[in-house]
Design a binder for this molecule. Structure first.
Ligand code: SF4
Length: 483
């Protein structure tokens, strides 16, 4: 039984993943996706997989002994050392020697530092909103191992962020949540607790996805409904253990004790019941009340970015005018250094665009543009114009005015449902990042074409969804929401 910082990270996304990684039947695991392999290569997701890939416990022991020897000898800096205390095993990116306190090692001790591809402190409107818990947990885990090895703990934690800056956080702010998470990870890895699958967006990158999907579909688990996720445990507690029960529930019963469901009012329950009915019927339900901007040029817009490099590499647009033709154009950074040049070109494109609507399928575009505006001090008036023209098909249309028999309302699920097909046999944003990284290595024209085709198809998928709703409003009357 080995516990790594990766287990704590996985736990923050899905407790069942921790259980399955320790006790699941490996023959049921899907192939590790190309994107996850890319993350391994970049050192962003390592330990348990790394250890499994090596398949050799002796190697860890040897490395742990070597690292301890270096620590005892007082090496100034240890890069990717292995630290081990009992069944806790870690590979901090850096161990830095500090001399402001004594430890079992002598007049010095070591502090673990992680090198991250993102930023630890999250910000909104220029103000810090909090330090990322999963970064903090990783450092706290290494500190815990080091405490056993050297008998000393520094009070603050550090990570080196994507801008090569040292970021600091107070370890005490995370200690109680960390201890709670570690205790549960211990139980899951020991097999004392099993947890259950919870289908959600994190599942797409998980090698247990086919297994969990089968289980959820087979049992009619509530997490097979859009937007239920971890709340399924609250539903099960009051006896709503599958989708059939949700579809026929008497809502009034669940609005007051003893069956009151935390954080769910009448509106949310009505919506969930409708989704359960839609799921069982296998047909979407579209409600009246939506409208699209009139007399405007339609621009279907999709950004591709690579969070592992904190890089936005593609702005793709399909423009449809009154004649109904849809032309694809794009702005692409052929090297990471071209990001600024490309975003400036895009800014000029927006500045010159009049009387248009930018259809997108997430809040990501607006958030990315804002971040890039701040990064490169771009003209805010252009950003404001973009906001004025933007229409988010996901939150302003699909989520608000319809329900679908799918557990996710992502563009892939919804556009596929209305008959749209991607040209690529394996289309996904994660794969686009992999292709882009390969393209940076070998400059292949085929890869570039694949990236662009995928992005164009995402734009055209949005168009298909918008057209489906437009046609529906012409051909039907309102369908009442189930009560
Ligand atoms: S597929 Fe989803 S539910 Fe299953 S283990 Fe992975 S993250 Fe958890």
């Amino acid at each position: 039984m080995i516990i790594t910082a990766q287990d704590l990270y996985n736990y923050s996304k899905c407790a069942h993943r921790v259980y399955l990684d320790a006790h699941g039947n490996f023959s049921e695991r899907a192939k590790v996706s190309a994107f996850v392999r890319l993350l391994w290569e970049m050192g962003l997701q390592t330990e348990r997989e790394y250890i499994r890939a090596l398949g050799d416990g002796d190697y860890d022991n040897l490395q742990a002994l070597r690292t301890l020897k270096l620590m005892t000898a007082g090496a100034e800096l240890i890069f990717q050392g292995v630290i081990r205390a009992g069944h806790w095993l870690g590979r901090p990116d850096l161990l830095i020697k500090r001399t402001d306190a004594r430890s079992h090692l002598g007049d010095h001790y070591y502090e673990p530092i992680e090198i991250k591809a993102g930023r630890g402190w999250e910000e909104r409107d220029g103000k810090r909103t909090g330090f990322k818990a999963h970064y903090a947990f990783q450092i706290l885990f290494y500190r815990k191992i080091l405490q056993q090895l050297q008998g000393h703990l520094p009070s603050v934690g550090h990570v080196i962020n994507v801008d090569m800056e040292m970021e600091e956080f107070e370890a005490s702010a995370f200690e109680s949540a960390f201890e709670q998470a570690l205790a549960e990870v211990e139980r899951l890895v020991a097999g004392a607790e099993t947890s259950e699958p919870v289908l959600g967006s994190v599942c797409h990158l998980c090698h247990w996805y086919p297994r969990c999907r089968r289980w959820v579909e087979g049992t009619g688990d509530p997490s097979g409904l859009y937007f239920v996720g971890k709340q399924k445990f609250d539903l099960k507690r009051v006896g709503l253990s599958n989708i059939r029960e949700i579809a026929v529930m008497d809502i009034g019963q669940y609005l007051r004790p003893p069956n009151k469901i935390p954080r769910m009012g009448e509106k949310a329950l009505v919506r969930m019941k409708t989704r359960a009915q839609v799921k069982l019927a296998g047909r979407p339900q579209i409600r009246a009340g939506y409208a699209f901007p009139e007399n405007r040029r339609e621009i279907y817009f999709d950004i591709e970015d690579d969070p592992t490099r904190d890089l936005t590499y593609l702005f793709g647009l399909v423009t449809r005018d009154a004649t109904g033709r849809g032309d694809f154009r794009y702005f692409i950074a052929r090297t990471p250094q071209q990001e600024e040049e490309v975003v400036r070109e895009f800014w000029e494109f927006v500045r010159a665009t009049d009387d248009a609507v930018f259809y997108v399928y997430s809040a990501k575009e607006r958030a990315t543009l804002k971040r890039l505006m701040q990064r490169y001090q771009l003209d805010q008036a252009v950003y404001d114009r973009y906001l004025e023209y933007e229409y988010d098909l996901y939150s302003d249309l699909v989520v608000k005015y319809s329900d679908w028999p799918t557990y996710s309302y992502g563009i892939k699920q919804i556009a596929s449902f209305v008959g749209f097909k991607w040209r690529d046999p394996d289309p996904s944003g994660a794969n686009s990042i992999v292709w882009y990284n390969e393209y940076l290595n070998d400059g292949s024209a085929q890869l570039l074409a694949r990236i662009l085709d995928y992005n164009e198809d995402d734009c055209r998928a949005m168009m298909a969804v918008k057209d489906h709703f437009a046609l529906h409003s012409l051909t039907s009357t309102a369908v009442p929401v189930a009560g």
